[in-house]
Design a protein around this ligand. Structure first.
Ligand code: SF4
Ligand code: SF4
Length: 215
């Protein structure tokens, strides 16, 4: 029962982040790989969200459309009012499904593509992704959280203290956010407040602070 409540709580939290991305931030830089093998970005509006993921659209004539169809994977980042959201994951083309719903909610689209010119567009769904919410509204107490859409293969990240910690507190003394709990041994890094700066790992005399994944 407790695990179910935690799971439901996580879903609710994820849903809130999707709501922030679509309704508050709205525009995101989406990266794909160009034909020259290098990344390309463009600003794309995040039109809709539901329990299946996030929806955006593009015109079939665009190079971006071709890249989406071929690569079936994107990375995106968006920011507003000291909040940012980044996600990487799988996308699928759902054609004209949800197109009318998107135009109904995002009324400005009716002026960009009036009448039936919207037929030039197709919708994509980011349906399996992992990413991060980052908030620096209070700079001395940053907030970081993981966002999950669907069931991606989870990538571990962050700095973690392993066994062998002697409780010297040197890591705490250099931590810009003071987000290390030194009341226990080994000391524990608060993952929701850590900047991933790596300073603690640099100074640890026992070298017991590990960087997991792409922190
Ligand atoms: S990585 Fe930086 S912010 Fe995070 S615990 Fe270490 S020193 Fe603090
Ligand atoms: S610097 Fe290393 S040994 Fe010292 S308290 Fe931090 S993690 Fe433990």
């Amino acid at each position: 029962m407790a695990r179910l409540q935690i799971f439901q709580g996580m879903l609710l939290m994820n849903f809130n982040y999707l709501k922030v991305l679509v309704e508050q931030i709205h525009s995101a830089a989406i990266a794909t790989i160009g034909s020259d093998g290098h990344p390309q970005t463009r600003i794309i509006d995040m039109m809709l969200y539901d329990e299946k993921g996030i929806y955006f659209l593009t015109a079939k004539g665009k190079t971006f459309y071709e890249q989406l169809m071929q690569q079936k994977f994107v990375a995106l980042s968006a920011t507003k009012d000291n909040m940012s959201i980044s996600l990487r994951g799988k996308i699928k083309n759902i054609g004209a499904e949800k197109l009318n719903e998107i135009f109904k909610i995002n009324t400005y689209m009716q002026k960009i593509y009036p009448n039936d010119t919207r037929r030039a567009l197709e919708v994509f769904c980011l349906y399996e992704a992992q990413g991060e919410y980052f908030d620096i509204s209070d700079p001395s107490h940053i907030v970081r959280d993981t966002i999950v859409i669907g069931t991606p293969e989870m990538q571990k990240s962050g700095y973690h203290v392993g066994s062998g910690c002697i409780g010297c507190k040197l890591c705490y003394s250099v931590c810009p956010q003071k987000c290390i709990d030194i009341s226990q041994k080994p000391v524990v890094i608060d993952q929701n407040r850590c900047l991933h700066c790596g300073r603690c790992a640099e100074v640890c005399p026992k070298q017991v602070i590990e960087k997991w994944g792409k922190a």
